[in-house]
Design a protein around this ligand. Structure first.
Ligand code: SF4
Length: 147
């Protein structure tokens, strides 16, 4: 079980392989990266790599676009509604200096001015970023906070 988990999060696929495995064109994946919908693993060479979990995330994004009728801005706004401050338990003082807390236009990992808790955290590994991987949709996650 543990090995399966490690394998599923291991960044081993190139952009082109990820495109083949997900059925999503390379240019679309590049757009999702540019718009902050997915954070690829960066090799030292600056090359992007993806895991099996990343492929599921790409498919989730693609479904929001093609089946639910959202556009990229709508998905960014949806991800902005994840209450990162409640999950990371930021203090009131930290929230005041964090762009992510104030913006409803982009996900917290896209904020350029983050609170002290987040400044040194790898967002790709963060529980907040990974919510869409661990719940079927954002509302399911919100129900765990507010039953
Ligand atoms: S570490 Fe990154 S993903 Fe996690 S709450 Fe902070 S900004 Fe968001």
């Amino acid at each position: 079980m543990e090995n399966t988990l490690i394998e599923s999060t291991a960044p081993v696929y190139t952009l082109s392989t990820t495109s083949t495995l997900s059925g999503i064109p390379v240019h679309s994946i590049r757009q999702y990266i540019d718009k902050g919908l997915i954070i690829p693993f960066k090799k030292e060479s600056n090359r992007n790599l993806f895991s099996q979990v990343d492929i599921l995330r790409l498919k989730y994004i693609n479904n929001l676009l093609n089946e639910d009728g959202l556009n990229i801005a709508g998905i960014r706004a949806l991800l902005a509604l994840i209450p990162c401050w409640a999950i990371t338990e930021c203090s009131l003082a930290e929230r005041e200096t964090c762009q992510a807390y104030h913006s409803d236009a982009y996900p917290c990992w896209e904020a350029s001015e983050k609170g002290t808790l987040c400044k040194n955290t790898n967002c790709r590994e963060c529980e907040v970023y990974r919510i869409v991987e661990n719940y079927p949709d954002i509302k399911s996650f919100l129900k765990t906070l507010i039953p």
